[in-house]
Design a protein around this ligand. Structure first.
Ligand code: C5P
Length: 224
């Protein structure tokens, strides 16, 4: 499942971020291409920006002629978008890989590793150990505390789950009016285990204009 429904506000573009050009291809197309060699493209559910369904449909049809994606209109928050995607999974799905459209350089081996971990433990997220010291601050920009760095990881995607587990986590979050910025945290807040899978700095999220320049450079240099 590919949440791709965000707008490119922080990127400074007026349309959906997932349709932004990265070295001649839309961001979402580059991301989806990563899933083709491991046979995950056919069942893909792509969650797209409300009001831009046709733009996504034509970009995807051009890049992947004949691929029968399920296209779902997203919501205002990422969590709502994923919830809508979960509702659209085909009934026999056992494991769901949720990967941001905005991370076009995910490696196939990391996806496979996350699927194996989810099959075994129920839930897994890709993340990287923090290399910088991470600070907790308050609303007035005063330092609150400095958690020990060796315990801190920076979250990436994919986050991969047994479908039953992530559906339960989303239902619980909705009941509690809890909105998180990722899906694995919804599983953890139910007290269940989530395996951390080591990702790579190359699996960065295209968010700012500088990220977009870096993504173009990665493509140009053939680094991923
Ligand atoms: O906003 P951010 O870059 O953190 O979003 C991560 C991913 O979630 C992106 O691929 C974005 O398209 C997607 N998203 C979504 N629905 C939203 C907001 C973000 O599918 N309402």
């Amino acid at each position: 499942m590919i949440p791709a429904a965000g707008m490119g506000t922080r990127l400074g573009c007026s349309g959906p971020k997932a349709l932004v050009d990265v070295g001649g291809k839309a961001l979402v197309v580059r991301t989806l291409e990563r899933f083709s060699p491991i046979g995950l493209l056919e069942d893909a559910v792509i969650i797209v920006t409300p009001g831009h369904e046709n733009g996504f449909k034509s970009a995807l049809a051009r890049a992947f002629p004949g691929s029968p994606f399920t296209i779902v209109t997203g919501g205002a928050e990422r969590q709502t978008s994923v919830q809508k995607g979960l509702d659209a999974l085909s009934p026999n799905t056992e494991i769901v890989v949720i990967h941001d459209a905005a991370r076009p350089f995910i490696s196939q081996s990391t996806v496979t590793e996350s699927m194996q971990a989810a099959a075994k433990c129920g839930a897994a997220t890709v993340a990287i150990p923090a290399v910088d010291t991470v600070l907790r601050g308050d609303s007035g920009n005063w330092l609150v505390d400095t958690p020990p760095r060796h315990e801190l990881w920076l979250c990436q995607t994919p986050q991969t789950f047994r479908v039953e587990v992530i559906r339960r986590a989303h239902a619980q979050a909705a009941e509690d009016d809890h909105v998180g910025t990722d899906d694995a945290s919804l599983v953890r807040r139910m007290g269940e285990r989530v395996k951390l899978i080591k990702g790579s700095p190359l699996n960065f999220k295209v968010t700012t204009p500088l990220d977009l320049k870096m993504a173009q450079w990665v493509v140009r240099e053939g680094l991923a």
